[in-house]
Design a protein around this ligand. Structure first.
Ligand code: F6R
Length: 259
């Protein structure tokens, strides 16, 4: 695990966006895995800005999102398909046929989950998966006690996740309880995992992910098993790390030759 601690959330976010853009410059048809949520939004803004300045094109990039709510149609404003269109796809030259997100309105979500996993496989796998982390240690919507060898499947959201995500909905009752999410083994199958966490609220989960035991109670701890996992943090999210001084010794201010 490469643990990079940046002075500010902006610096951490910029490093993550630069890494994703770098992947595309190196390999224009890269396969990128995307996350939704508040932490990812400024990353997408920076990708849009690079596109607008003519620094990068996403025309050939293949996109695979981590998860989708069950019961929302793709055009529902709170669906993750809509989120991705609003924040990234419709503001750049991503080709719609290259953007993949589980279908939350599929007749049989369990069958849809298997189809999605196969789609990722058939495409040759994900080059770089962007991740956020929940306050309970979830990645994607793999809630605590998710099997560390899970594949894409239907999951029930934890109460805390429903509460956290209710800020995006009018009423908490409107937040779907079920989702389709890539599994932990699916995520670990990506050639690179890039996790961004900012803010004090994430500090406890971040410490468990990096320094806690490998355990299903903290799904993000599975990243300890990945040979190319890069964790980008701001000072606040790094606040509960015991070995903080060591990480800063190795990569002062999050600096590293290439992410
Ligand atoms: C959603 C996803 C989640 C979020 C996590 C953090 O696609 O992957 O794991 O990354 O819940 O969400 P924010 O950034 O809103 O705190």
């Amino acid at each position: 695990m490469k643990v990079l601690i940046f002075k500010s959330p902006e610096d951490a976010t910029e490093a993550v966006a630069a890494s994703l853009i770098g992947q595309v410059l190196d390999k224009p048809d890269a396969s990128l895995g995307f996350a939704t949520g508040g932490t990812a939004e400024p990353v997408y803004d920076l990708m849009v800005s690079a596109f607008e300045k003519g620094k990068v094109s996403f025309r050939k990039v293949r996109a695979f999102n981590l998860d989708e709510y069950i019961g929302l149609t793709p055009d529902h404003p709170m669906s993750y398909r809509c989120y991705m269109r609003r924040h990234l796809f419709d503001r750049t030259d991503f080709q719609p046929e290259n953007t993949h997100i589980p279908k939350g309105d599929a007749q049989d979500p369990a069958v849809e989950a298997v189809r999605y996993e196969e789609e990722i496989d058939r495409s040759g796998g994900i080059d770089c998966q962007l991740l956020g982390i929940g306050e309970n240690g979830h990645i994607g919507f793999n809630e605590p006690t998710s099997s560390l060898s899970s594949r894409t499947r239907v999951k029930t959201l934890a109460r805390g996740t429903v509460e956290a995500n209710s800020r995006f909905f009018d009423r908490i009752e409107d937040v779907p309880r079920l989702c389709i999410t890539m599994g932990i083994a699916t995520i670990l199958g990506s050639r690179k995992c890039l996790l961004l966490a900012t803010g004090k609220r994430k500090a406890g989960a971040v410490a468990k992910m990096i320094e806690g035991p490998l355990a299903a109670i903290c799904p993000a701890s599975a990243l300890q098993m990945h040979s190319n996992a890069v964790i980008c943090l701001d000072e606040a999210a790094a606040g509960e790390l015991n070995l903080r001084a060591y990480y800063l010794d190795v990569h002062p201010d999050g600096k590293v030759a290439a992410l």
